[in-house]
Design a protein around this ligand. Structure first.
Ligand SMILES: NC(=O)c1ccc[n+]([C@@H]2O[C@H](COP(=O)([O-])OP(=O)(O)OC[C@H]3O[C@@H](n4cnc5c(N)ncnc54)[C@H](OP(=O)(O)O)[C@@H]3O)[C@@H](O)[C@H]2O)c1
Length: 309
């Protein structure tokens, strides 16, 4: 049995992640085996796990790599293909490993020419979440406005740019140190969430309120609701529970909506330079725990990535 290196949760009574050696998972008929080259890191990686897993369990839900084996019932893929993917709730283990199993019906996209594995691994979860969040919005005309709470992270970096591309005006929050960065992405109004008066600043910017808000960071939905116009929408990305008011709808991005085609297009826009991909830091695989610690601070600008190349 072939063994591989992986960052694992060693057992049911452990909540820490550690480097271990585990068997390379066996590919089933409806699965792909991928040689992982780079991994996108998220705060959810250490706790977003399928039920009834067997230990030691490799964590992680997104990566980029090369297809090593194609299950007999998976159409449209070939070994040697460069792909990026989201592989959540995978019983056979996650992506923080030298090899990962991916179900054939997962969100899998080809890596365009000119994009490295590290760049490609930074896109699937943040891109998918951004695109699903946009689907949750009621239509906003060009010239409309949105507020993004937590705009300097991986998701917010895409949200600001894609909103501007739709012709919307964007107000965005982060610490003051990130305001030039938000402006460089296209935000026209920036506020510092450490300043308790920031909702008033948004109200001064759009007196009737913004058309919609995307509350990316936890505990930002209630304040975001307060700056949205009557009857507008708040998309809560971190799952805050708040009581809607003034006819404002509070919704979460749906897992049902299929954004694969849009994700393929986003990867191509990144490869062609139309959309900026921002990576805070690429950590060597051996330093994965430092990468996890970084995202747990919630201070990363853009995405954190692990490299296995
Ligand atoms: N619903 C879904 O499907 C889904 C999918 C993926 C992720 N998520 C959730 O999305 C969240 C964010 O993910 P991410 O990877 O984009 O971002 P992230 O890495 O957590 O974002 C970090 C950035 O957010 C800023 N920030 C931190 N706290 C803030 C606050 N209270 N208000 C405004 N800005 C704040 C920081 O700026 P400063 O350094 O300037 O403070 C930093 O640049 C996570 O909670 C994750 O669980 C949800």
């Amino acid at each position: 049995m072939r063994a591989m290196r992986a960052f694992v949760i060693p057992g049911a009574r452990h909540d820490s992640v550690q480097l271990g050696h585990v068997p390379v998972p066996r590919v089933g008929p409806s699965e792909l085996l991928v040689r992982v080259k780079a991994v996108g890191v998220g705060i959810h990686d250490s706790y977003f796990l399928p039920p009834d897993i067997s230990y030691p369990y490799p964590i992680g839900i997104e990566a980029a790599g090369v297809i090593d084996e194609v299950g007999s019932a998976v159409p449209g893929h070939r070994s040697g293909e460069r792909i990026a993917f989201v592989s959540s709730m995978q019983q056979k283990g996650g992506t923080w490993a030298e090899y990962a199993i991916v179900r054939g019906d997962s969100l899998i996209v080809p890596i365009p020419e000119g994009l490295s594995f590290e760049q490609a691994a930074a896109v699937p979860v943040a891109g998918n979440t951004t695109l699903r969040a946009f689907h949750a919005l009621a239509p906003i005309p060009a010239g409309g406005s949105i507020f993004v709470a937590g705009a300097s992270g991986a998701i917010g970096t895409f949200v600001v740019q894609l909103a501007r591309a739709k012709g919307w005006e964007v107000a965005a929050s982060a610490s003051a140190r990130n305001h030039d960065y938000l402006a460089s992405l296209g935000a026209t109004k920036t506020v510092d969430y450490h300043d308790e008066h920031w909702p008033e600043e948004i109200r001064q910017w759009r007196s009737a309120g913004v058309d919609a808000a995307l509350a990316v960071q936890p505990q930002t939905t209630a304040d975001s609701l307060a700056v949205v116009k009557d009857g507008g929408t708040v998309v809560t990305i971190s799952g805050d529970r708040v009581i809607p008011a003034r006819g404002v709808k509070v919704v979460a991005p749906s897992y049902e909506v299929d954004v694969r085609g849009e994700l393929v297009a986003l990867m191509e826009q990144i490869a062609s330079g139309q959309v900026r991909l921002v990576i805070e830091h690429v950590y060597p695989f051996d330093e994965a725990l430092a990468a996890l610690a970084k995202v747990q601070t919630r201070r990363a600008r853009g995405k954190v990535v692990l490299s296995l190349t």
